[in-house]
Design a protein around this ligand. Structure first.
Ligand code: ATP
Length: 235
């Protein structure tokens, strides 16, 4: 590969108090890729994303974002390296409207999108710009949650279960947005339970079990080896 990785995770371990959730995760993400973390509930996928953005204080091993080690860095310092995290619970402020939610994150890097650029990506949000967070559908909330992190100028986006609980027609729209973001040069690392969706948008896949990567493959392998991979994932 020509380009240097934008994310390297080497022998990452992580703890919640005394409980070890991650047991030595290794993964690499290159610019422009869509990479999916697959695996059962409780495998450690969310914890991996949280460790990368510094939200897991007890993390050990090596994480390098855009060439810089995140060791000892606080979440806000890691955000300045150009990575943004969209959590599963979305974090929409109910008392603020769509536009106010979009305007909350600071632009941390050149290339942070304007609200109009975000509306171009998610036209639904423009129609709902004055609606309060409480009045949004699940799909609108998810689009807002993804749109909002584009403000920061981060090119590496971590998305946690962005299709969960959404209707198929809305999942298709999220898939189109991810394709559009890739076209614009973004890199995406996503946790995804919906294997059908993941296998449509992802370039490469890591399967996590009990806090370790037990398998990795690319999209071509899914086409060639689908029964074995589906059995592995229990789908
Ligand atoms: P899910 O899709 O269910 O979130 P996951 O693969 O993302 O699954 P994690 O949420 O990363 O899994 O959880 C990994 C392990 O860490 C699990 O055993 C879980 O019970 C534990 N865990 C997660 N969050 C906490 C927490 N705040 N305190 C203690 N243990 C936690």
């Amino acid at each position: 590969r020509a380009a240097a990785p934008c994310l390297e995770v080497h022998q990452l371990t992580g703890f919640y108090n005394e409980t070890q959730a991650l047991h030595g995760i290794d993964l690499t993400v290159y610019p422009g890729e869509v990479v999916c973390l697959l695996g059962r509930n409780g495998a450690g996928k969310t914890t991996t994303l949280r460790a990368i953005v510094g939200l897991l204080s007890r993390r050990y091993g090596r994480i390098v974002v855009n060439g810089r080690s995140t060791e000892g860095l606080a979440p806000e310092d890691i955000a300045h390296l150009g990575v943004a995290y969209c959590p599963e619970e979305r974090g929409i402020f109910a008392s603020l409207n769509v536009e106010e939610n979009l305007l909350l994150p600071p632009i941390l890097k050149p290339g942070g999108m304007t609200v109009d650029e975000i509306y171009a990506l998610f036209p639904n949000l423009k129609l709902r710009r004055k609606s309060p967070g409480t009045r949004l559908s699940g799909g609108e909330q998810q689009m807002l949650a993804i749109g909002r992190i584009l403000r920061t100028g981060a090119k590496l986006l971590l998305l946690d279960e962005c299709t969960e609980g959404l209707a198929p027609v809305i999942i298709d729209k999220i898939g189109e947005a991810i394709a559009a973001l890739r076209q614009r040069g973004f890199t995406i690392l996503m946790v995804e339970q919906n294997f059908r969706f993941a296998s449509g948008v992802g370039d490469r896949f890591y399967v996590i079990e009990e806090g370790q990567v037990i398998e990795q493959f690319n999209r071509q392998a899914i086409d060639e080896d689908r029964p074995r991979i589906e059995a592995l994932l229990g789908v």
